[in-house]
Design a protein around this ligand. Sequence first.
Ligand SMILES: [Zn+2]
Length: 291
Amino acid sequence: MSNHSIRNAISVDVEDWLQSTIDPSLPLTERFYHSTRKVLNAFDAKGVRGTFFILGLAAEKAPGLVREIQQAGHEIQSHGYGHELVHTLTPETFRQDLDRSKKLLEDMTGQVVTGYRAPAFTITLRNLWALDVLVECGYEYDSSVFPLETGRYGIDGAPWFPHRLKTPAGYELLELPVASFTCCGRRLPVGGGGYFRLFPYLAIRRGIRQVNAAGYPATIYMHPYEYDPIEFKELGYPVPFRQRLHQGLGRCRFPLKVDKMLDDFPFGSMREVIDALGDLPTHEYRIPHGG
Ligand SMILES: [Zn+2]
């Protein structure tokens, strides 16, 4: 199989920047409607269908947008309900968040929700119980384990390729980590977020080629706000300088990079990519002592 025939997964976490990044108790602004439409237009222009992990709060605020995403033929899955970081929840409150978002999206779309991405990749070695709860709530695949320790999230040494994950209770869950590649002896995330915004496109292309050359699809993620370069100017909310720098840099060139990437590689939804996967290795995390 030539590596050109490997279809990669493109995914969008549909949320509002202010509420999801600054404070989950803030109301959602309307900016995400407009920027999600920009993403839809960009995908439409390239004939690409992806996966939209929609936050429950965003779906409630913009049911028309959920319909537009569905009518455009994209896969709709869950980004949870309230964007509270998973390590701040208990198994019970996490279950409520998952159930609520799943039921909401299923009622809106008439389709079963089977995939999940955690807010800010906050499933780590400290809360592996979350994987059990996901399976118990009827989720079949997950894209929440960041295969690198970043200080805030991630699990160092977690497989960087799609795999079957054995949860602590012994269930099986399909895990599709976001793309990372090896550069200068280090593994770097290339699949989205700040790295995608700041890396030159050639580095992103190299990263996806490296993942595909190993025989695996790359999972890319993005947010609507990365299509909104003037957000901080117009927001009318005092965004701290550090966050302004970290979250705002690279937004201007972001859509151009995505366009190039969609020209250079075949992309589809997570579900399409999963259906094309062959036999996968199984992985079980070891919970560290005292963890
Ligand atoms: Zn998010």
